[in-house]
Design a protein around this ligand. Sequence first.
Ligand SMILES: Cc1cc2nc3c(=O)[nH]c(=O)nc-3n(C[C@H](O)[C@H](O)[C@H](O)COP(=O)(O)OP(=O)(O)OC[C@H]3O[C@@H](n4cnc5c(N)ncnc54)[C@H](O)[C@@H]3O)c2cc1C
Length: 507
Amino acid sequence: MSDIYQKLEKIVSKNYISNSEYIRHAYSRNVDPLLQGVPDIVIRPQDTQEISEIIRIASEEKIPIYPRGGGDCEFGGSKPIGNQGIVLDMKRMNNIINLDEDNLIATVEAGISWAKLNEFLSDYGLYTGCMGPGSGMTASIGGGISHHSVGGGGCAKYGACTNQLVSLEVVLPTGEIIETGSQANKFSKSPFNRFGNGPDLAGLFCGDNGIFGIKTKVSLQVFPRPPYAEYKTFVLNRKSAQVSAEIFSDIRHKGIDVYDAMYIMDLVVNIGCQQGLFPMWEDNLKRKKGIFFYTIEANTEEELEAKSKQLDEIILNKKRTEELGSEISDGNIAKWHYEEQGHWQFYHNLWGMFPALEPLTAECFTPINSYPEILTDIDMWDVEHNDEIQKITNITGQRPITGSGPILLIDGCNVELTCGFTSFSSYHNGEYHEIIDEVNIKLWKSLLERVTKHGVQWYMMGEIMSQIMVEIGAYPEDFYSFMKSMKKTLDPNLILSRGKYHFGGKK
Ligand SMILES: Cc1cc2nc3c(=O)[nH]c(=O)nc-3n(C[C@H](O)[C@H](O)[C@H](O)COP(=O)(O)OP(=O)(O)OC[C@H]3O[C@@H](n4cnc5c(N)ncnc54)[C@H](O)[C@@H]3O)c2cc1C
């Protein structure tokens, strides 16, 4: 390894490479407490050319490479699988390359965060539409495109961030560099359209979870932020999961252009209030029931009023639904979510609901009409696994929580369903309890398998989810073998994100 280290050091200089134990361990995890893989080397390139040179060396030496943006993947996607390889940290590549104001296209380096790009765009009265994921303060645009991320605001209106993609620059696993869409014509001056000049090759890298190439440059459509917005919050006093699904569905069937629409289940409202997470509801909600909120945007006051009226009719027509006051202090979380960038704080707060709790998530896309049934089944799963869960409760004195987080309306008649098993980490009260890790991993896999069998669509396919899909035979055989042969063609030495999808066989 020392020869390889020296070759890599020559590319980036000694300040941007490390094999120290401290740094390697710092890059050995993502946000879940369970999955760990310690890299041999961490490297932080500054441009596409350096990445191409790094990749060529890794490919010659058959060393795995794991691209990492913000490291916010919830399924162990941006850390090594097993103790091996090189973590390629993209965060030095965080510059805005160009804003094409005439054509409303921003071109950025892939390691830039959603927050940094939007801060820049706000000076021009623009925004990215879909504001990326809820982790957008730290998560990178390259990570978002690699995940089909959606959620941190604007996702009911604009859908997943990949919808806005115009063009990509990608370093292939053999070191070659390609550009997609309009840039596949070398006479094109700057990116303007994704489709054309042949197949949609950008699409190949959307949601690829870093297995087909390293995204180095991303061009996205950007949008003028409309001057008017309205945001309202409601309490759903009965059957909130079912009622929220009806509201989402009515919104789509009536064709109302809503910017955000979100349902937060009773349990989260209740526990969140106990933990001081939702100060706006502590006094305003006598009974801690499910919450529904929406945000709409418009170019005129009349347009805003007309849309708001239509939405209110849908929501208030449902039995025992109440509207909260218009200010944040009245309980209007929708206002905080839009006006105070709550969309980038909300999930970070939820993650730390109890300091010792660690979420083992099952975040996925599913049709609106399917999630009430999935939530009921998750409750059943919890009851069926009570004996296992009890093993953790016996140590911690508190029971892990199973259920859903926020549910958001996204593209078409789909929602992003945040659900899962929120457990305790194995370090509890200063002691290490191996049994907690064992039970956590068993329960997490079991829940992911259960939710998969509802036919949902996963978009973060890191270590655990990409492997479970293969292990339980969820991929149709022909689909999996097609994906595998594409991988072999693009990446003959299986260097990129080795271990995902069991392409090299099950270990
Ligand atoms: C608090 C919190 C809130 C979240 N909220 C949401 C949400 O609302 N919606 C949502 O969709 N997700 C959400 N997530 C999940 C995650 O943050 C997002 O999917 C995010 O887009 C990941 O970006 P990242 O830069 O952190 O990617 P990373 O975790 O660093 O990487 C993600 C994947 O992409 C690959 N990758 C990263 N950069 C590149 C690149 N340049 N080229 C090729 N491959 C690359 C990695 O190898 C990995 O497989 C949340 C996570 C947290 C912790």
